[in-house]
Each structure stands twice: as C-alpha cells, then as structure tokens.
Ligand binder design. Structure first.
Ligand code: NAD
Ligand code: IPM
Ligand code: MN
Length: 366
C-alpha cells in the first residue's frame, strides 16, 4: 500500500498548536521518504459545538471511517463545562469516537532513556536504567460507559450514579493485548484492580489469572490493588514492565506515569481496535491555562503520530525515525517550559513551534 489517509482532529485549547507540529513532522516524512499521505482536517469538540452546534458531526465520523487512522489533539475546556454529559466535548466527541470505532485497547508507552533521567522527579539512583513501562488501559468499558447512569432528586436528596460493569469478553480481549505485548518485552504483566472491594475487580482478577495460566504460562503475572500500585510506581518504577488496567484506573495511573517521566506533555497514546485502526492522541488534555501561548509541549502529539505510523500504517521504520528525532532534540538540550530543569544539564528553553521545527529538521537529517 502506498496511499494513506489520516483524519486530523485538532480540537480545543492547545490541540491546534500541537497538532500543527505533528503536521510538520508528517510533511517531512512525506517529502523525504516519498510516502503518499492525504490528511483531511475537521473541527471537533468545543470548537465544533460553537460553529456547528454539535461536538462531532456525521460528516467528521464519515471522514474518519474513510481514513486509515485518526490523529487527535484534545477537546474540552471551561467554556463547555456547564453542558450535560453527552453534550460536552469529552463525551460527545472523544468517548463517542472511542466507542464508535471499538477502540478498546489503549497503549501509553512510558519511556525515558537513561541519558534523560534528570527530567524525572524520581531520584536518578532509583531509575539507573531510565524508564520503560507500557501502560495498557481498557478503553470502551467499565464505569465510563456502564448503564444505567443518571441523576435525580433535589436539595440534599439530589443524587447521581454511574455503573461500573465489565463483561468477561471485554477483560479477556484487553488482557490478551497486554500479554502479547509483554511477550515482546520483559514478560511481566502487573494487573491493576480493587479486588478487595469491587465486584468488577474480582471478575477482572479471576479472568486475567485464568487467561494467564491457559495461554501465557511463560509470563510473570502479578496483581496489585490500585492504591498500592500508585505508591509502588513512585517507589520503584523500574519494577514494572506492562501494566494492565481497567478504564478509570488506567486513566489515573497513566497521568502518574507521565509525571514520573517528567511531564504529561511527553506521553503519547494509541487507542486501537481489532483491525489496527486507531486514534492517536496525547495522554494529556487541552491545557486551557497555557493555550495559545506557544508554551505547550508538542512531543506527546508528535510521539502519537509515531505510534500512528507504527500501528495503523504499519511503517515501523518511520515511527522509529520520528522517535529517534524526538529524543535527539531532548538530548541536545531543547526544552519546553514543562520539562525545563534547574539542573546543570544543557537547557535551551523554547516554544511549541520551535520544538516542532527542531524535530522536523532532525528528521530531514536522517
Ligand atoms: P490537562 O492535561 O489539560 O492539563 C493539566 C496540566 O498539565 C495543566 O497545567 C496543563 O498546562 C499541563 N499540560 C497538559 N498538556 C501539556 C503540554 N502538552 N505541555 C505542557 N503542559 C501541559 O488536564 P485538565 O486541566 O484536567 O483538563 C483540561 C481540559 O482538557 C478539560 O476539559 C478536560 O476534560 C480535557 N481533557 C481532554 C483530553 C483529551 O482530549 N484527550 C484529555 C484530558 C483532559
Ligand atoms: C484521557 C482523558 C479522557 C479520559 C477524558 C478527556 C474523557 O482524560 O484520554 O486520558 O478520561 O479517558
Ligand atoms: Mn486522562
């Protein structure tokens, strides 16, 4: 195949700024490696609410269906926080796309080479070999989507409820994904739950254990309660290889993992279905506090584009070139504000655009 289509959905807040940097990278790849890629851009999220009256139009969904993958910025912001759950950008655009394309497997690769460990707030002697964790998060089930949910009542009797529900097939397919990934890594899976309290977690633990004994006897499987996991990740992040999480726990622990590497601004994510179709987005959000100021770190978005080349376009060598260029820029000392350190390491503080330009120029040098 030599003609690829990518749907570009910049969204709100820093979304457009960081997507623009990823577009520079995609253009560089197109030019240098003569790959035929068509990108089509669509408004989504709060911006689409303002301009079209809904966060995700039918036309945008159709364009995504006709593409090989989606590159997504971020959606949401204070301007739309008063809206109802389904009208909001988060549910109306992002969660709807995840569900529509059955993107049940969310991969967030937490990686920091050992020459950059000073970016981590963890003491260097605790992470002498850098960081390399794969966070696998179930993305289309659990408390995010369970029925019923709702709110009612008034005054002090006003109440709201969500339902956490997991079916065995949902647990099995994400566990297969995590175990298969572990087979290509260090053969160690840490499954996260709250099986001392929650029924969904009891089913989760039982299902993951059975699957491990039946299909993956060579993988070391460990179970941790989510509260303990949050603590162990800070104490000894090197003890983790693949982390397997239900939807909500994975949301929380992946932000923690991002910070263990230095910033939410460098953590990419791939949300995949069974056919390698994927939505690729930074793990962080629209960052309204820094939007429009050329301050946002574009690296999470650029590394998300790399994941897109690897998993949906199956162009692993291109993904590797992008990733190498990112770590080269960091090794040269270029830093956006979120990852600038006071250490005596080289430290050239630059903006969103400049970081995009530097990484692009490093790709041209490959
Ligand atoms: P956030 O991730 O947007 O911001 C949290 C903090 O991290 C802020 O201080 C922000 O400035 C910083 N930050 C985030 N990305 C950064 C980057 N690339 N470079 C530098 N700093 C960065 O989380 P929040 O404040 O909880 O949420 C803000 C909005 O984003 C909300 O509407 C939320 O629902 C939405 N959100 C969207 C997505 C998404 O679209 N995928 C993900 C998370 C949050
Ligand atoms: C993420 C985000 C989303 C989530 C929100 C914006 C719906 O926090 O991708 O981590 O909770 O999944
Ligand atoms: Mn999140």
């Amino acid at each position: 195949k030599n003609n690829y289509r990518i749907a570009i959905l910049p969204g709100d807040g820093i979304g457009p700024e960081i997507i623009n940097q990823a577009l520079k990278i995609i253009n560089a790849i197109k030019n240098k490696f003569k790959i035929n890629i068509t990108t089509t851009e669509h408004i989504i999220g709060g911006k689409a609410i303002n301009l079209e009256g809904s966060p995700l139009s039918k036309n945008t969904i159709k364009c995504c269906e006709q593409s090989d993958a989606i590159l997504f910025g971020s959606v949401g912001g204070p301007q739309w926080d008063h809206l109802s759950r389904i009208e909001r950008p988060e549910y109306g655009a992002l969660l709807t796309l995840r569900k529509h394309f059955n993107l049940f497997a969310n991969l967030r690769p937490i990686y920091l080479p050992n020459n950059l460990i000073h970016l981590s707030p963890i003491k260097p002697k605790i992470i002498p070999n850098g960081l390399n964790i794969a966070c696998v998060r179930e993305l289309t089930g659990g408390i995010y989507f369970g029925q019923p949910h709702g709110q009612s009542g008034t005054g002090l009797k006003e109440y709201a409820f969500d339902t956490a529900i997991y079916h065995r097939f949902e647990i099995e397919r994400i566990a297969h994904f995590a175990f298969k990934l572990a087979q290509k890594r260090h053969k160690h899976v840490t499954s996260i739950d709250k099986a001392n309290v929650l029924r969904t977690s009891m089913l989760w633990r039982k299902t993951v254990s059975k699957l491990a004994t039946h299909y993956y006897p060579n993988i070391k499987l460990q179970h941790l309660y989510v509260d303990n996991a949050a603590m162990q990740l800070i104490k000894n992040p090197s003890a983790f290889d693949v982390i397997l999480c239900p939807n909500l726990f994975g949301d929380i622990l992946s932000d923690e993992c991002a910070m263990i590497c230095g910033s939410i601004g460098i953590l990419p994510s791939a949300s995949l279905n069974e056919n390698n179709f994927g939505l690729y987005e930074p793990a962080g959000g629209s960052a309204p506090d820094i939007a429009g100021k050329n301050l946002a770190n574009p690296i999470a978005q650029i590394l998300s584009a790399a994941l897109l080349f690897r998993y949906s376009l199956q162009l692993n060598h291109i993904a590797t070139i992008i990733e190498k260029s990112v770590y080269e820029a960091l090794t040269l000392g270029y830093r956006t504000l979120d990852i600038s350190t006071k250490s005596n390491q080289p430290n050239k503080i630059i903006g969103t655009n400049e970081m995009g330009d530097i990484i692009t120029s490093l790709i041209y040098k490959k």
